[in-house]
Design a protein. Sequence first.
Length: 69
Amino acid sequence: IKILKENNLMDRVIFGTDNPIDGVNTLNEKIYENYFKNSINLSSNDINNLMYKNATRIYHVPLNVLKNN
């Protein structure tokens, strides 16, 4: 991620895991945002791209599909 950030390529990466982590509320947990902010110095925009915006753009998934009701 650091190399992508340094080369202005944060629009080409998606966070992924083989573990459900915290279920459907994973993205609502600040621990993940804080991890990326503190370890790699990512902006909120970079974190949003990494966690969901790139996926919605690449896979053409409407944002409302990802939100909890």
